[in-house]
Design a protein around this ligand. Structure first.
Ligand code: BDP
Length: 701
């Protein structure tokens, strides 16, 4: 009794301490602050007096039980015991075969006045525990009907673009979370919190290093470091993968070649792979960027991507691992349309990849622009499992200064209809394997995580990590529902504020597109660092790294003609898609300039001329950032002050930079259109020359 009382005291003190502290964002969405609603608390208290783990010796089940305990104690404001025998009002965790749950699904159901969380594996039970916590955190009553869910995609991966020296390629949230110099001896407590966050949204694989890979990760010294990370991830059902440098046999193996068909090279990889599995028994496999942007690859030896991928798959032998081979390629000296190049290289290889190989394809054909049509490879390689790669780090979407919720972007791609096997052949069905009957499937998000206290720099970057995991688990979830869920778990539980914030999140991506690249403009950002506008960029190391290559503004009009009269990239899509997008009258305005060179004076489906529509979108986009600011101001009393100030400050930068984008693009395109700014809009007050200087300041040139 006395002990129980003391425990209660500790729990309450910790709870109130947590609530009293300013919120620095470290806890992400795993906030277990006490539920404000007493009725709800009471209902859950009756259901969650304790936790019982059936045959619960495994580290994953123990982890699940302790997370549930931690969460419930915080949320309900009283102690929850683990381990005592079953009975009324207890939550039982149980691994049990259930054909309706697939390999990783969970079921939360009522049984004898308590709840039971079941799943076919330890990890499935862990997912069930996080789902139960989410249920409580989002303010729902104990379930009366069973809650079940299973992932639609098997490999749900985060790809870190982290380097051995601690830098992160395209990272905007500090340095790498992996402290390679300190590993394996020093285990940063962050690793565990990172694992918790990932497991809570169902992520089950992480590639720890940059696709522009250092061969160093394959050395015994580094493998020991990677193994230490894997040890922290294992209880959370997360496997560790490595990006590999294609030329490793030459660079660290002492061989004179890295030709995938050379027996010595094959032997070297086999031995390396065996060594990896000795060090990390549940190693997940390899991610490869080869013959892309200057990286070496099998083509250096006259071989193709399948030769390379299959050699690596062979090296995996009987080990339970996979190869994810990236399709992000474009030739060094191409004279054609970069849009078509990955398709042209990979389509002919369909059916040539070994069973353990998946080809990883970015959502769009160019490179993570704020809006891209779906990549034409989706639906075009029916005999190859394709992984969808999306970018969570906002390389082209305003780094960590612009608030852009990516749920709608990811969903837009997943829901795109490829028509490859008739209506309804969505990208989602391609990548989850159901359309083309693949037994393996994957989805990858390029991580936006770094050493910043709040993990993602912009606090709302956390929502992108969260949404990726939730949609990777179940691509049928609605992105606005996910936004709402994240907001409730992370920022506020007050219903009106939740609603307001979720609306801002849901609109944010379209707003960003409007003030940066409306109507299907793309790749007109600042050179190299990819920040801010630089539509005038016409010289670079290669033509397809300039802006003029993409927007093709001239005295007649604007946009890249990808119809049969132009590059004919449209021919890569199914006839239904081609028909819709091939005609400027039926092409959705959002994709218009991706596929058509449209005369400035042409009337669009919106009723405006191209020029008027373009300028109007730039203006309304920038104005909408003011709307975002106003909405954010309204929720001030309901959000932690530190978080509120941080986001409010970033929204101020966002508005200033939205005006920068607007003025730069409107004035620059006006030099071609030679038309006045529509009378309803106030023309920019600064000259183009002044704006051009801004880019140099940002680029530190
Ligand atoms: C581009 C990035 C570059 C990456 C590359 C890739 O600018 O840093 O290495 O993608 O995905 O968007 O390989």
């Amino acid at each position: 009794m006395v002990f129980r009382f003391l425990l209660l005291l500790v729990v309450l003190c910790v709870g109130s301490l947590q609530q009293g502290l300013a919120d620095d964002g470290y806890r992400l969405w795993l906030k277990y602050d006490q539920l404000p609603d007493a009725r709800l608390r009471k209902a859950w208290q009756a259901q969650a007096k304790g936790i019982t783990v059936e045959n619960g010796a495994s580290p994953t089940l123990q982890t699940a039980a302790h997370e549930l305990q931690l969460g419930l104690q915080g949320l309900l404001g009283r102690p929850v015991s683990v381990g005592a025998s079953g009975g009324k009002g207890r939550i039982r965790l149980q691994v049990a075969a259930d054909p309706t749950l697939g390999k990783e699904g969970y079921k939360i159901s009522e049984q004898n006045g308590g709840l039971v969380v079941t799943g076919p594996t330890d990890a499935a039970v862990l997912y069930g525990c996080f789902a139960l916590l989410r249920h409580v955190q989002t303010g729902q009553m104990p379930p009366t009907a069973a809650l079940t869910s299973q992932p639609r995609v098997q490999y749900r991966m985060l790809n870190h673009w982290d380097n051995p020296n601690g830098t992160v390629e395209r990272g905007y949230a500090g340095s790498s979370i992996w402290k390679w110099l300190e590993l394996p001896e020093v285990i940063d407590p962050r690793y565990k919190d990172y694992a918790r966050a990932n497991a809570s949204i169902g992520i089950n694989g992480i590639v720890v290093n940059n696709v522009n890979a250092s061969a160093r990760y394959l050395t015994p010294e580094y493998l020991r470091k990677v193994a230490a990370v894997a040890d922290v991830m294992r209880p959370y059902g997360i496997r560790v993968y490595l990006s590999v440098m294609w030329a490793a046999p030459k660079l660290i193996g002492g061989l004179s070649t890295s030709d995938p068909l050379d027996p010595k090279v094959r032997q070297w990889w086999k031995a390396r792979t065996d060594e990896i599995y000795k060090t990390i028994p549940d190693f997940g496999g390899f991610l490869v960027k080869a013959n892309s942007e200057g990286e070496p690859g099998p083509q250096d030896y006259g071989r193709n991507h399948a030769d390379g991928a299959n050699m690596l798959a062979e090296s995996l032998g009987q080990h339970d691992g996979i190869v994810m081979w990236r399709a992000f390629v474009y030739k060094a000296n191409s004279k054609g349309d970069r849009f078509k190049e990955a398709y042209e290289e990979f389509k002919p290889l369909d059916g040539k990849f070994a069973p353990k190989v998946l080809v990883q394809v970015k959502n769009g054909p160019i490179d993570f622009q704020s809006r891209e049509p779906f990549h034409p490879l989706f639906g075009a390689m029916p005999r190859t499992p394709l992984v969808l790669e999306v970018q969570l780090t906002q390389e082209y979407l305003g780094f960590a200064t612009h608030l852009v919720y990516l749920g709608p972007l990811i969903k837009e791609c997943l829901e795109s209809d490829t028509y490859s096997q008739g209506k309804g052949s969505t990208v989602a069905k391609v990548i989850d394997g159901t359309l083309e009957k693949h037994s393996i499937s994957g989805i990858a998000g390029v991580a936006n995580i770094g050493s910043d206290r709040n993990w993602t720099g912009h606090p709302v970057g956390q929502a992108n990590w969260y949404a990726f995991g939730r949609l990777a688990w179940d691509h049928t979830l609605k992105s606005d529902a996910v936004a709402e869920e994240w907001t409730k778990m992370t920022l506020t539980r007050e219903p009106q504020a939740v609603n307001t914030i979720a609306q801002v999140l849901n609109q944010s991506r379209n707003i960003y597109v409007r003030y940066t690249t409306p109507l299907g403009l793309h790749h007109i950002m600042g050179q190299s660092i990819h920040y801010g506008p630089e539509p005038w960029l016409e010289k670079s190391a290669r033509p397809d790294w300039t802006s003029v290559y993409y927007h093709k503004a001239d005295s007649i009009g604007l946009g890249f003609d990808r119809t049969a009269k132009g590059s004919n990239a449209l021919s890569l899509y199914s006839p239904q898609v081609r028909q819709l997008w091939g005609n400027p009258a039926t092409c959705p305005p959002d994709y218009l300039l991706w596929f058509h060179h449209v005369p400035w004076g042409q009337r669009l489906s919106t009723g405006n001329t191209l020029w008027d529509e373009l300028t109007t979108r730039y203006y309304s986009g920038a104005d909408s950032v003011l709307w975002m600011q106003q909405q954010w101001e309204q929720v001030k009393p309901k959000v932690d002050p530190e978080q509120h100030t941080d986001i409010a400050s970033r929204l101020r930068i966002q508005h200033r930079e939205a005006l920068w984008w607007r003025d730069a693009c409107v004035l620059y395109f006006q030099t071609y259109a030679k038309r006045p700014i529509p009378p309803s809009l106030t023309p920019p007050t600064r000259p183009l020359a002044e704006i051009k200087e801004l880019v140099d300041i940002y680029q530190l040139r």
